[in-house]
Design a protein around this ligand. Structure first.
Ligand code: KIV
Length: 293
């Protein structure tokens, strides 16, 4: 039996007003990361609402130890590949570390590249401090829609004390609240809450008028996002507490490649069905021509 979801024939592209309508009506927004054509096609087949080319791609597909190493050109390449596979979902690209911190002008220039060169519908930036809020306002002012990101912001994991939940003290929770409200006031059309206590999210949601997407932020947000490789088990180890795993593809990939290697080593592959034929007279003519040359 096919497990491919049945998609409505009249699917329309997801728009920003459409996301606000989903918030208003309480229909959960589904977001997933993707980094290339196949992951984008999987997201499309599942009819998700938003696809994020996350800078988590630094680790999931490029093998860097953290998100800070990935360059703008690398993120642009991942975004272009994803764009080719996304038709209906709203495509958001992460601005990588170092590509927007220097000035509002730098932030606008980088955001415009993601839209013009890679076809992103929107960009995402991390942190809710005054300088990130200023960057968000500048990018929105330049006409590029922006998603904010507060709580655990991996680009600043070192200053946050590692990859750990945020907002577990009143002081830290207040910082998250002021960041989220500041980003909303700066014109972000959506904000990601990452790794914050579920009860804090409930409190914050009362202040939020834009769609809030959670990852490790409990069920009170307007939607959820997970990293493609985490939810499908394309990784070693279990990952963060908030990850729910729906498949173990890393194991399946390793088993598939092992079976292939075994077949090659034992002569089971390739079989006759994997080869091409040539008519005997053509082969004979070839032999004669070769011998005469
Ligand atoms: O880079 C990423 O994948 C993200 C999500 C975890 C929200 O920022």
């Amino acid at each position: 039996m096919s497990t491919r979801p049945t998609l409505p024939a009249n699917r329309r592209p997801i728009t920003i007003p459409g996301l606000f309508e989903m918030k208003r009506t309480g229909r959960p927004i589904v977001m997933v990361t993707a980094y290339d054509y196949p992951s984008a096609r999987a997201a499309e087949a599942a009819d998700v609402d938003m696809v994020l080319v996350g800078d988590s791609g630094a680790m999931t597909v490029l093998g860097y130890p953290s998100t800070v190493e990935v360059s703008t050109d690398e993120m642009l390449m991942l975004t272009k590949a994803t764009r080719r596979g996304v038709e209906h979902a709203l495509l958001v690209a992460d601005l990588p570390f170092g590509s927007y911190e220097v000035s509002d002008e730098q932030a606008i220039a980088t955001a415009v590249r993601f839209v013009k060169e890679a076809g992103a519908d929107a960009v995402k930036l991390e942190r809710g401090d005054p300088s990130s809020i200023s960057r968000a306002r500048a990018i929105v002012g330049a006409g590029v829609p922006v998603v904010g990101h507060v709580g655990l912001t991996p680009q600043s994991a070192t200053s946050l004390g590692g990859y750990r939940a945020q907002g577990r003290s009143a002081e830290s929770a207040l910082r998250i609240a002021s960041g989220a409200i500041g980003l909303q006031e700066a014109g972000c059309f959506s904000i990601v809450f990452e790794a914050v206590p579920s009860a804090l999210t409930v409190e914050l949601m009362a202040q939020m008028t834009v769609p809030i997407i959670g990852i490790g932020a409990g069920p009170a947000t307007d939607g959820q996002v997970l990293v493609f490789h985490d939810l499908l088990g394309i990784r070693e180890g279990l990952g963060a507490r908030f990850v729910k795993r729906y498949a173990s593809l890393q194991d399946e990939m390793a088993a598939g490649v092992s079976a292939y290697a075994d077949d090659v080593r034992t002569g089971r592959y390739p079989g006759p069905q994997h080869g091409y034929s040539i008519e005997e007279p053509e082969l004979e003519a070839f032999r004669e021509a070769l011998a005469a040359s």
